[in-house]
Design a protein around this ligand. Structure first.
Ligand code: 9YT
Length: 128
């Protein structure tokens, strides 16, 4: 059994930041679960375009307010605590944070720990 706390991850190599976000990666590829679990903060007033070409991601908002724009359909969905979105079609999207968003993110395949977005808004393919 693995028991890990946010305190264990904060400030470690598994605490990774991009320009608009900070991702505390609680479970990683090396944990052997087949997915990774992140506690991610999206900074207020930011917009982030992303498209995970090599991963599926589910995102569950536990605090804050914002919106997600599906660039495939043009639809905009409000995000607040209790909202989950699943990028089941490697969807090209923009995430806008009105206030700080706290999101629990699950990636399949799992990230190894150090990934940040490339110029297309994706993480590289998993090599593990
Ligand atoms: C919600 C989102 O996709 N934010 C970017 C960071 C990423 N989810 C991560 O690595 O936790």
């Amino acid at each position: 059994m693995i028991v890990r706390r946010l305190d264990d991850v904060e400030g470690s190599d598994s605490d990774v930041s991009g320009e608009t976000w900070r991702s505390r990666r609680l479970l990683l590829a090396k944990d052997g679960m087949g997915y990774s679990v992140h506690d991610t903060l999206i900074h207020p007033g930011t917009a982030t375009r992303m498209q995970y070409l090599h991963h599926f991601e589910a995102v569950y908002c536990i605090a804050g307010e914002g919106e997600i724009e599906d660039l495939g359909t043009g639809e905009i969905h409000p995000i607040r605590a209790g909202t989950v979105y699943a990028l089941n079609e490697h969807d090209d999207h923009i995430l806008r944070a009105t206030t700080q968003l706290r999101m629990v993110c699950v990636f399949n395949p799992p990230v190894t720990g150090v990934e940040t977005h490339d110029e297309s808004g994706a993480y590289p393919p998993s090599t593990e």
